[in-house]
Design a protein around this ligand. Structure first.
Ligand code: GLV
Ligand code: MN
Ligand code: MN
Length: 413
């Protein structure tokens, strides 16, 4: 068979995704596979087993990133890497992340059964803690690998119950010995569901984002005064939940106030003691700001942080603000993005040049090597929810684009 006629096995990709979807399956059809939980471990074990079945050289680094390497003709050349994550959101979907690990694995399986050796080595990777919902921030381990985040800081991140990242990594048996440190890459591809409505709206099969928006994460802590709700007059209260309510609306109004081209969200809140008859006295909430324009996002934050301070002052609720994480917008390699569009057309798949509003490990990889992503449609534009869905046909289409993109880069001398 000529290389250009090669296709992945869509049924095998479907079976692998269905097998993975059983791990952490939720009653409503999604998955809950939070980072470094027993479900994450089970998915990793299965991935490693599948990697070994096709003779990939498996290595695990000290952040738990799993690499499966397929030798090339010239192993002195920098490899072509593709991957994503096996962790999920709480009550997340069956495609976010895992498609980007099963996709390149299927590419490797296809090359394996056809006895194809590329010029350069190929690597499939599972990055630890992409989602950032159990341990913030997101993209934690690719950030350490890219040497943009500090390893020991990452080890000390804690979940809502105070459990440390490193302790949980050791507990599930995935703290490897390899230093978590970048090595040369020729190209990085990440295959993912779109997680938004554009492809469906435009009736296209393949999306090639020109890049990823910046992501800025903040953590806000408020302190007030608890008391019995009945006898305590309304005046003079220091109610942290009321202060937070005002602040949350300020966040929601921020994109309009800044003239658009950004999104701003409060997605997480912990209120204490969370009893209907106690005035709340401790609260934590998160702020997520995204834009293609990094300066706009920072100006927006400065404005809203000033609002927060005024509200906290007026309500007598001391505030602590943590600027937890910032990753700049990531404009991908024009050459690789154009390659995705061209390959899609050659394979007969309609395609769209677009932008990614969701964050991906590709943001950090983009600092190290020419990078591009391949998107396939999310039905109803829904993601980070149990009803997240993509057709098997579209999963296969994206897999074929990934196959030919990886072949193209891996045969460059
Ligand atoms: C990652 O899933 C993000 O976009 O927050
Ligand atoms: Mn993802
Ligand atoms: Mn996600």
């Amino acid at each position: 068979m000529e290389l250009k006629d090669m296709r992945i096995n869509g049924e095998r990709l479907q079976q692998s995704l269905e097998e993975m979807a059983k791990i952490g399956a939720t009653p409503a059809g999604g998955v809950q596979r939070l980072t470094l939980t027993d479900e994450d471990k089970q998915a990793r074990d299965l991935l490693v087993k599948w990697m070994k079945e096709i003779d990939l050289e498996v290595t695990i680094d000290e952040m738990g990133n799993i690499f499966g390497k397929r030798a090339g003709k010239n192993n002195d050349l920098a490899p072509v890497m593709s991957g994503s994550h096996v962790d999920s959101q709480p009550k997340g979907g069956r495609f976010d992340g895992i498609l980007g690990v099963m996709g390149p694995l299927e590419v490797m399986r296809t090359l394996h059964e056809n006895n194809i050796t590329t010029e350069r080595p190929l690597v499939v990777v599972d990055w630890t803690n992409e989602e950032g919902s159990r341990f913030s921030p997101a993209m934690l381990a690719s950030g350490v690998w890219a040497e943009e985040l500090d390893r020991d800081w990452a080890f000390d991140r804690t979940d809502i119950n105070g459990k440390r990242f490193e302790d949980e990594l050791i507990r599930i048996g995935y703290k490897g010995t390899l230093p978590c440190k970048q090595s040369p890459l020729h190209a990085y591809y990440e295959y993912h569901i779109e997680q938004g409505p554009m492809l469906e709206r435009e009736g296209k099969i393949i999306g090639a984002p020109k890049g990823i928006l910046c992501l800025h994460w903040y953590d806000i802590y408020l302190e007030g005064e608890a008391n019995q709700v009945g006898p305590t007059p309304m005046e003079g209260r220091h109610d942290v939940l009321c202060a937070a309510a005002e602040m949350i609306l300020k966040v929601n109004e921020l994109p309009d106030r800044m003239g658009g081209n950004m999104v701003a969200t409060v997605g997480e809140i912990q209120n204490y003691p969370n009893s209907r008859n106690i005035i709340p006295d401790k609260l934590h909430f998160t702020v997520d700001i995204r834009s293609w324009d990094d300066d706009l996002a920072i100006n927006a934050w400065n404005k809203v942080a000033e609002d927060f301070r005024q509200i906290a002052d007026r309500r007598g609720c001391p505030i602590k603000i943590e600027e937890t994480w910032r990753v700049e917008h990531a404009p991908f390699s024009d050459k690789l993005v154009q390659g995705i569009l061209d390959i899609s057309s050659e394979l007969g798949y309609s395609n769209l040049h677009m932008v990614s509003g969701a964050g991906h490990d590709a943001s950090y990889m983009n600092h190290l090597a020419p990078t591009a992503m391949i998107f396939v449609p999310s039905i109803g534009g829904r993601s980070h929810v149990e009803v997240e869905e993509t057709t098997w046909e579209d999963c296969t289409a994206g897999g074929n684009v990934l196959l030919h993109a990886m072949l193209r880069s891996a045969n460059e001398k």
